[in-house]
Design a protein around this ligand. Structure first.
Ligand SMILES: [Zn+2]
Length: 407
């Protein structure tokens, strides 16, 4: 079923208008045997007919498989006519079933501006299509400067990808068709960031909504999540204003967070510097404390740090230095740091005077920095001792067990 047909001498006929769109009358083609009418889509022979509901249309003598007009459902047929009537009721010139010159689209209803240029296609899309197909077909119209609104009766996978409206047919005679989804309003009150804002669908008669769309009082709007719907320009302005406020607030927050991070970094750097200064002070104080020992051991204070590292490395423990001990030949006592609840333990003695080795505890390691010190120790042993030579100049460690040389 279609609303259009080709007449051999009158040209294109539109059954939805009284004069057939060409200044002729329905009586001139309805039940007139000698007139041969053809389908503008497939070229097959069609006849004028009035449906049970009084709708004038054309039907194919033989229904071809591949003619879109021949295979339209009755609902499609009705919605298409409703869309044409709505456009005309808003004061626009609208034609049914119009193909583009290149043939890459055929509008169910094509609406023309006052200069006679087509600017909007109204598509009753009751058969399935994918979101990609909907976008491709929308782009084809756009290339010819024509906008498009897709109409469906129930929710569709493509409805948020392209400008579309869901409509409902009247249940009672005389009631209007109604748009129930796709036309949205934006509520935002109070108009501050804390104010609640939301989009909601509004239900309105199809004729009214069609008038808004054709008159520019409703525009397609793509929201931040990419979904497309129709709304008034004033609502778009509001939504953009809200988005601007949100972006500003986000920026301010970002700047504040950055400043906080910077301050935290600065504070960490300051603490690290203070800690380093403290450690340096401690180190200097320790060197001063040990000045007497260095003279006794004939050691360069500059090598002390390296020597200490080697002591820690061979002991495998956390150690610290005690006092210079007269009982241990003025050697420096080395302790392991005690765990909580334990006593510190003497782990070794650095550079004891060899004359103090008489009766030396055989388990108490003697630590020396040079081979010369080892020689002095060797010369003085009277009982077995353990000696570790930790040479800070070479970085080498040698362990010795010394016993008195038998003569
Ligand atoms: Zn056909």
């Amino acid at each position: 079923m279609g609303y259009t047909a080709l007449h051999p001498s009158w040209g294109r006929l539109d059954a939805s208008v009284n004069d057939l769109g060409c200044g002729q009358s329905w009586e001139g083609i309805h039940r007139v045997r000698q007139v041969v009418l053809t389908c503008p889509e497939c070229g097959g022979r069609v006849f004028a007919r009035v449906s049970l509901y009084g709708l004038r249309h054309f039907y194919h003598q033989v229904r071809p498989q591949d003619c879109m007009l021949a295979n339209e459902s009755p609902e499609h047929h009705l919605l298409k006519l409703e869309l044409a009537l709505a456009a005309r009721a808003s004061g626009w010139h609208a034609e049914l079933e119009v193909s583009s010159q290149s043939g890459d689209w055929r509008a169910d209803v094509l609406v023309y501006d006052v200069q006679g240029r087509p600017f909007m296609a109204l598509e009753a899309q009751l058969s399935p299509q994918t979101p990609d197909e909907a976008r491709i077909r929308t782009d084809r119209y756009a290339r010819d400067g024509v906008g498009v609104c897709w109409f469906a009766l129930t929710g569709q996978p493509w409805q948020r990808s392209v400008p579309s409206l869901l409509v409902r047919s009247p249940t009672e005679r005389g009631e209007p068709w109604v748009v129930w989804q796709g036309m949205r309003r934006y509520d935002w009150a109070p108009r501050t960031l804390r104010g609640k804002a939301k989009w909601s669908h509004i239900a309105r008669p199809l004729g009214e909504v069609t008038g808004w769309i054709l008159g520019g009082q409703a525009l397609p709007y793509t929201s931040a999540n990419g979904s497309v719907s129709w709304t008034a320009p004033a609502y778009i302005t509001l939504a953009l204003e809200r988005a601007r406020l949100e972006a500003e607030a986000e920026h301010v927050q970002h700047v504040r967070a950055e400043e906080k991070l910077r301050q935290a970094r600065e504070e960490r750097r300051r603490q690290a510097l203070a800690r380093a200064a403290e450690l340096e002070q401690e180190r200097q104080a320790e060197l001063e404390r040990l000045a007497g020992f260095f003279r006794h051991a004939r050691m360069d204070a500059a090598l002390w740090e390296k020597f200490t590292q080697m002591v820690r490395s061979v002991s495998g423990k956390n150690v610290f230095y005690g006092e210079q001990s007269p009982r241990h030949g003025n050697g420096l006592l080395v302790y392991t740091r005690p765990r909580p609840g334990q006593r510190q333990r003497l782990a070794g003695v650095v550079c004891p005077d060899p004359r103090a080795l008489r009766g030396w505890d055989p388990d108490l390691t003697i630590l020396v920095p040079t081979p010369a010190w080892l020689s002095w120790i060797q010369a003085g042993v009277t009982s077995p001792v353990k000696v570790a030579v930790l040479n800070p100049l070479t970085g080498r460690t040698i362990f010795h067990r010394e016993s008195p040389t038998s003569t």
